[in-house]
Design a protein around this ligand. Sequence first.
Ligand code: LLP
Length: 419
Amino acid sequence: DGDGGASVRRLADWDADRLRALAEEYGTPLYVDDLARVRANHARLAAAFPDAEVLFAVKANAGAHVLRALRDAGAGAECASAGELARALDAGFDPADVHYTAVNPPAEDLDYAVSVAAAHPALTVTAGARDTIERLDERGFSGRFCLRVHPGVGAGHSESVSTGKDAKFGVPADEAVEVLADADSRGFDVVGVHAHAGSGIANDQLDEHARVVATLANVARATATDLDLEFVDVGGGFGVPYHEDEAPLDLDAVAERTRDALDGVDATLTIEPGRYLVADAGVLLTEVNTVKRVSESVIAGADTGMTTLVRPAMYGSYHPIRSLVADDRPTEEVSVVGPVCESTDVLGEARDLPAPERGDLLAVGNAGAYGVEMASQYNSRPRPAVVALDGGESGVARRRETLADVTHAEDTADTYQEP
Ligand code: LLP
């Protein structure tokens, strides 16, 4: 497509009439996931990495509608927990295309993963600690095994999502060969090595990415040839633009740097993107219910905030915000805040938006990754609905929660009144 494999769908590209109609039909707050865009993102990634196996990092958006769309498109699944593994299998992923990546796994997670591996020997289990290997061995695991390596290089949109350096993930690269031999001697079927540098890698972090891949390539080369590694999994982390003026990731450049850094290692390249596949396929719709003008600043109180989309509160992340009112109002600098009793309950600060009025519909962009997955019920706030779009069709992918969903695990669940 002549743009270096880059592509971006801006918030401005969404059809305002369609979004208004969805808010009308399903209410707000509302997540909207466009499956056509998910497929397009997958197709672009697969084209840039024609020889690679693409696993979707389920943690970014585990909705069944998203999982099925990506399964049908030919992706596999990378699962960080027993729950994600169960959801991936439920969505029909072939266990041969599924990796379970254990990070300090609770006992129940390991029990489940080992039982899945026994029933479906094609499943791959990735571990990044000697203790995890021992705990797998204690459970009689003898399936496909991949070692997570700590590359000593981090990257990503902020320190809080950098996993490659001074973090809890993986065994140090200089111990990897020995640990792989140990796994093999325990009867594990050693098939791969893995590393993940961080989340939200941008065009100016390709050196870090290349160093991570080179570290894995070195481990692969140093590993005894009789172990016969099938794949090198370089993780996910492919960034997407959140700011309107940010350039999209040059995928062809990432692919080229990856190939170069692998430097002739004879193993399949595996990548496991989450954000790249789903972020710009999702928007969050929210309605303004309160407008305040205090000294110079304008505050738009919306019907959702950090409990629905925590990234701004948690990482200081920027998400684009657009007013969907068809209007000719002058713009003002507006802070969009939610209904939670916390001052970090902010969706966006000092945004140029049409002067807000009660009842305005706002769209928050790039909400398809780490949006609904990280939503909470804090302040006893039920989580919002998710609607899936596919061409002209739309349907509820996840119904809006009620107070009963918030309290159903309590003994006293029958003593309250649904508001
Ligand atoms: N593989 C592994 C082993 C990972 O730990 C992750 C993300 C991924 C793949 C996918 O990374 P992605 O392609 O989505 O960047 N909640 C944070 C992101 C945390 C990501 C953690 N691991 C956020 O909202 O930015």
